[in-house]
Design a protein around this ligand. Structure first.
Ligand code: BGC
Length: 780
């Protein structure tokens, strides 16, 4: 586990001041760079030692069989796994005949800094070889946010104290050997040497390798070009073979002299393009990068991030760790989606191979809400990816005997990848989550072109799914039986409240949208009868409630179940799924992650404050947070219920999930949804942001410890700034025409020259609910 002191607490950087090989894999995730298309883990430049080597291209995966002990209709037959593609970041160093390897010799100093404003990972170190030669190494690495295919490294070696002969080997390496995984052995086989060589090239300072995945048949091309700057008599030599292409740079450095190599790397992949076309594609991308050069790439990176931060920054006074963590979180969320362009945003982004590189509902319910208000173009792209997989989703629905489209619970390229149907197939809420992200995006941007091109169809096909999945009972009440909600410790249950309420919104939004877009409705064959049926189902949607307890049921009958025996559950028996059978979890009152509590955030207009507080008090002692998606949701509702200290604890848990490695699995990749949840906890929790169709609603309130919280939001082409103090909040418009919003229920209009300042009402006093034993928030 990463110790609390691993990274210095600074507002705009994540600085590691010494190298701890025991947590190398974790820091590789923390220091990963990505643009949503290319992802480079923060591996050391020389490739070794490593925790988990990782270079990813969004969408490049291998397939593997998913055999089942017991057969069943509709089980997915093959799984997809992200693969480690050709690694372009390797720069090996030889100092006077000895490899620069930090496990040997003496590491005088080692520092790495992730700079959140410049978008680079910098490294400086001083090392003395076992034979006594000392060098200083400086490297700066970026994955370009402006040139989607491109990543680059500037690597510099300086001789210290004495003359040194140095050799830098800049490489492209395919089929790197990976540490043994403790995951699915079938996936592990697919990952072992996943690439078959097709072409290699080396000439002058240029290198190129083209490979193909064995089963999925995807062609991957990676090329590099170099600028070498060293003393006279520096020589270079290039060569290539099956899985390696290499430029070797040799020089003799006097003390104080440096040898510098700037390496530009271009990536491309395709399931259809020919080998010559792929080779040309990466060569062209390299030419474009070389045209701007290293300095140009750096400048563009900074400009892109300046623009992002002007729209997205969150300032926190009173908790420096949260300040750093929320910027770290926003940086990684932005990296995950910035240039994904028509591809998924996986649960780990492109920072590691955890969850096999799959995307889940995490994208639509956690990541996209943040990007909607900070980088909306990325949201349209992510939803276009769903749109492009509609045919597969329609086929899946048909296979299941349902209408419309059934999107996969987990996938890379579109097909369902979950081999466990109770928490995969039955988790139909993902469809309403996608619909919600569409509505949220269109409301926030007014992008009617997107709505027409992709939004209507996504809403219509998901509405059709709900209509066919549910039924009206003899009293006309509409039910969705046998589904799994967000809480994976309940499965195949009737009328999951979250699912029902989200499906209700989905049905209503579809009916509204076809009215606005009659031509698209006609094209999709929606007639008045069909949209009326959607409204009927929505209006008759069952919402299970226990009158005696005065609380909503997570699903019908949930509150009648036996309570989990928390007192008898030891701290080391969490997460429960690894220590108890699902069979037992499913029939008891125990909640893995926010479910009803999430519904109260996403469908807030259906719960008043009193009901919200009562429900929260009921579910809090049952919720064990065995998923990192939970803390941020609990933060939001705790804040609404007036439990501001508890909300802060949950905010810290979400925020520090990866910087402190709270779940001991940051090595597999970052928890992108939890990172996005940091923003959610602050903006929707302490800022009280909710949607009200065309309007934003705020209900700000800070916990004692936070002196100030300020954030920018993009909404309908304007930038709104919200600045919250202990007893007043101010709203100002940085640009655009006047905007109406609500502050604690009061309607306001803000214009560019007239900020609105309003007092903050005191929080209601309520008894703070407790968590199950051993499950108090882990605030780091
Ligand atoms: C959670 C899911 C989530 C998945 C990926 C699981 O542990 O229960 O809700 O989608 O992780 O983050």
């Amino acid at each position: 586990m990463i110790s609390e002191r691993a990274y210095a607490v600074e507002p705009w950087t994540v600085r590691e001041t010494s190298l701890d090989l025991d947590v190398l894999a974790q820091s590789e995730s923390v220091f990963a760079l990505s643009n949503g298309h290319v992802g480079w883990r923060g591996n050391l430049d020389e490739g070794e030692p490593h925790g988990l080597p990782g270079s990813y291209l969004n969408g490049v995966h291998e397939v593997h069989p998913l055999p089942y002990a017991e057969a069943g209709y509709g089980y997915p037959e093959s799984g997809q796994t992200v693969i480690n593609v050709t690694n372009g970041k390797v720069l090996r160093l030889l100092v006077d005949d000895e490899p620069f390897d930090l496990r040997y010799g003496r590491l005088v100093s080692h520092e790495r800094v992730l700079d959140l404003r410049r978008g680079v990972l910098e490294r400086t170190c001083e090392w003395t070889s076992p034979a006594g030669s000392t060098v200083r190494v400086r490297s700066t690495r970026l994955v370009s946010l402006t040139q989607r295919a491109v990543a680059a490294v500037a690597y510099e070696v300086e001789a210290v104290g004495a003359r040194s002969r140095v050799v830098i080997q800049s490489e492209l390496v395919a089929n790197e050997s990976l540490p043994d995984s403790d995951g699915d052995p079938r996936a592990a086989v697919a990952l072992k040497s996943p690439l078959e060589q097709e072409d290699d090239f080396a000439s002058g300072h240029r290198l190129r390798l083209v490979h193909r995945t064995r089963r999925s048949g995807l062609r991957v091309a990676v090329a590099a070009d170099h600028v070498v700057d060293g003393p006279e008599r520096t020589t270079t030599h290039s060569e290539s073979g099956i899985d390696v292409a290499r430029l070797t740079v040799t020089s003799v450095l006097e003390p104080g002299q440096t040898l510098r190599v700037e390496k530009l790397v271009a990536h491309g992949w395709s399931g259809v393009r020919s080998l010559p076309a792929m080779a040309d594609q990466v060569d062209a991308a390299l030419a474009a990068a070389a045209h701007d050069g290293w300095e140009g790439l750096l400048a563009d990176q900074r400009a892109t991030l300046d623009d992002f931060w002007a729209r997205a920054d969150v300032e926190v006074e009173g908790d420096e760790e949260i300040q750093q963590a929320v910027r770290f979180a926003l940086f990684h969320v932005f990296q995950a989606g910035a240039r994904a362009e028509g591809r998924a945003i996986p649960a780990k982004g492109l920072t590691g191979s955890g969850y096999d590189g799959h995307a889940f509902w995490d994208t639509e319910m956690f990541v996209l809400p943040v990007l909607t208000h900070t980088a909306p173009a990325a949201v349209a792209e992510a939803l276009r990816w769903r749109y492009h997989t509609l045919d597969e989703a329609r086929e899946r629905a048909a296979q299941l005997g349902l209408g419309g489209a059934a999107f996969p619970w987990r996938t890379i390229a579109g097909p369902e990848g979950s081999a466990y149907w109770p928490a995969g197939t039955a988790a139909f809420h993902v469809n309403a989550d996608i619909a919600d992200a569409v509505v949220r995006y269109v409301e926030a941007t007014g992008d009617t072109a997107f709505e027409r091109e992709a939004g209507v169809e996504l809403l219509v096909e998901t509405a059709r799914l709900w209509r066919s999945l549910g039924h009206h009972d003899s009293h006309g009440v509409f039910h969705l039986d046998g589904v799994t909600g967000p809480d994976e410790y309940s499965a195949v249950a009737d009328d999951n409240t979250y699912t029902n309420l989200m499906a209700r919104q989905n049905l209503l939004a579809a009916a509204d949208t076809v009215e606005r877009h009659p031509r698209e409705a006609e094209r999709l064959g929606v007639d008045e009868e069909e949209s009326a049926a959607w409204r009927d189902a929505a209006e008759a949607m069952h919402v299970p409630y226990n009158d005696e307890l005065g609380v909503h049921e997570q699903h019908a009958g949930f509150t009648r179940y036996q309570r989990w025996d928390f007192a008898a559950t030891r701290a080391d028996q969490y997460p429960l799924l690894l220590h108890f059978p699902y069979f037992d979890l499913y029939r008891k009152q125990v909640v893995k992650q926010a479910d009803l509590v999430l519904a109260m955030y996403t469908c807030d207009e259906l719960f008043d404050d009193e009901q919200t507080a009562r429900n929260f008090a009921y579910y809090e002692p049952l919720t064990v947070r065995d998923s990192s998606l939970s803390a941020c949701c609990q933060a939001v509702i705790a804040a609404q219920a007036g439990h501001l200290g508890l909300a802060l604890d949950y905010t810290r848990e979400a925020a520090l999930m990866d910087l402190h490695d709270l779940e001991h699995n940051t090595r597999d990749g970052l928890h992108i949804a939890s990172l996005a949840g940091t923003w959610m906890a602050l903006v929707a929790g302490f800022g009280g942001l909710r949607r009200d169709r065309e309007r934003l609603k705020f209900a700000p309130r800070l916990p004692e410890r936070l002196r100030r919280l300020a954030f920018n939001l993009e909404f309908r082409g304007r930038r709104l700034r919200v600045d919250i103090g202990a007893d007043k909040a101010s709203y100002s418009l940085l640009d655009g025409p006047p905007l109406s919003l609500r502050h604690h229920g009061e309607a306001l209009t803000v214009s560019a020259d007239e900020p609105a300042v309003r007092p903050i009402p005191a929080a209601p006093r309520r008894t703070v609910p407790h968590q199950p034993e051993h499950r108090a928030p882990n605030g780091g």
